[in-house]
Write a protein that binds this ligand. Structure first.
Ligand SMILES: [Zn+2]
Length: 327
C-alpha cells in the first residue's frame, strides 16, 4: 500500500485491488488521520484496509474512491477472509510506503470537465437511486435561450446572501430577521441548453455568472425593466461544458433546473479523445464479457453507494469556489 499525506487533512491511499491492479482512495478528515505513516513504520505488512460507503469516480476507465461521512475503516480486521488476503499479498507487499506530498489529489480541470460525463438524454433518463442525496456530473451543451420566467436575478441579504422578501416596500431577510438596508443584486440565470439528444434547463448562480459575463449583476440591473440584459442574452448560441450538482429536487422529484457548479470552455481536442475512448471502451466491453460484468457492477455501485456527499469537504469546496474555468 502506498501512502501520501496531503494538505487540508486529506489523505490519499493507493490500494492494491488485485495482485496487479491499483486504485486510489481519498480519505477525508479523521479517517485520513488513522493513516499517520509513523503508525506503520515498523509494520511489515501487508496491511489490509477495508473502507465502507465510499463514492466512486470513473475517469476514462480509471476508478478512484473517496470516503463519505458514512465511511468506516477497518485495518487488518480479524476475519478469515482478511487473513487469506494477508497471505495472498505477503509475497508482493512490504508494508506501507510513503509517497512524497504531491498534488496528486487535486483533480485537474481537464479531468473535472469529464467527471461522470453524460449527454442530456442520459441526464434526464437516468434512474437515480432514492438514497442519493447529491451527485456531480458533467454535460456539454449549447445555450439556446435565457428563460426569464423567474427573472435573471434575485435580491440578496448582504449578511447571509439569502433571497430577500419585499414587505411594504422594504427588503426583509427571514433569516437575519430584520430589514436589509443594502440589499445586493445577484445573478440567478435559467438557461435552456441542448445537445444532439435532448434539451434541459440549468441554473447559473451569481459567482459563475459573474465570471462568465465578466461583470457584476448590479451593473446590469435596472429599476425600470426586468428584461434580460443584452450581455446575458449574448450567451445564447454559445457552447460550454457544465459541471452540475444534482440535489434532492432533481434526484428525488425529477425536477430539472439543474444547478451549475462550474462552467468550462469547450476543449475540442479533449472532447474528441473522450469520444474515441468511449468508442474503444464500448468495443472492448463487447469483446470481453467478464469485463462487461465488471463494469456493470461498477455502475451499480456507482449509484447505490453514494451517500450524503453534502458534508464532504470536496463538495463544499466545489460549492464555495465555483468558478468559470478557461482551458
Ligand atoms: Zn440575511
Amino acid at each position: 500500500m502506498k501512502y501520501s499525506q496531503m494538505l487540508l487533512g486529506v489523505y490519499v491511499v493507493w490500494v492494491i485491488m488485485k495482485l496487479s491492479e491499483t486504485s486510489k482512495i481519498t480519505l477525508w478528515g479523521d479517517l485520513g488521520k488513522m493513516f499517520e505513516p509513523k503508525l506503520y513504520e515498523k509494520d511489515n505488512g501487508p496491511v489490509i484496509v477495508i473502507v465502507t460507503s465510499t463514492t466512486i469516480k470513473n475517469f476514462r476507465g480509471e476508478v478512484s474512491y473517496s470516503t463519505t461521512t458514512a465511511s468506516k475503516i477497518y485495518i487488518n480486521l480479524k476475519t478469515d477472509y482478511v487473513a487469506s488476503l494477508v497471505e495472498k499479498f505477503s509475497t508482493i507487499s512490504n508494508g506501507v510506503e510513503v509517497i512524497e506530498r504531491s498534488n496528486v489529489n487535486k483533480i485537474s480541470p481537464e479531468e473535472e470537465m469529464f467527471l461522470n460525463r453524460m449527454n442530456i438524454e442520459e441526464l434526464l433518463k437516468t434512474d437515480w437511486s432514492p438514497q442519493l442525496k447529491e451527485y456531480f456530473l458533467t454535460v456539454r451543451g449549447k445555450i439556446t435561450e435565457i428563460d426569464n420566467t423567474f427573472g435573471w436575478y434575485y435580491i440578496s441579504c448582504q449578511k447571509c446572501f439569502r433571497k430577500l422578501e419585499l414587505e411594504d416596500g422594504v427588503y426583509k431577510c427571514s433569516k437575519c430577521n430584520n430589514k436589509c438596508d443594502y440589499p445586493l443584486v445577484k445573478y440567478k440565470i435559467h438557461i435552456k441548453v441542448e445537445d444532439k439528444t435532448a434539451e434541459t434547463t440549468l441554473v447559473i448562480f451569481n459567482d459563475i455568472a459573474e465570471s462568465l459575463l465578466d461583470t457584476a449583476a448590479n451593473k446590469l440591473f435596472k429599476q425600470t425593466t426586468n428584461d434580460v440584459p443584452t450581455e446575458i442574452q449574448s450567451l445564447c448560441g454559445r457552447e460550454f461544458v457544465y459541471k452540475l450538482k444534482l440535489n434532492t429536487f432533481n434526484l428525488k422529484y425529477g425536477h430539472e433546473n439543474f444547478t451549475v457548479s462550474k462552467v468550462f470552455n469547450l476543449n475540442e481536442k479533449l472532447e474528441e479523445q473522450d469520444e474515441l475512448k468511449k468508442i474503444k471502451d464500448h468495443k472492448e466491453k463487447n469483446n470481453n464479457t467478464n469485463e462487461e460484468n465488471e463494469n456493470k457492477n461498477r455502475k451499480e455501485l456507482h449509484f447505490k453507494d453514494i451517500t450524503a456527499a453534502k458534508d464532504l469537504e470536496d463538495s463544499d469546496e466545489d460549492y464555495h469556489h465555483s468558478i468559470f474555468v478557461k482551458l
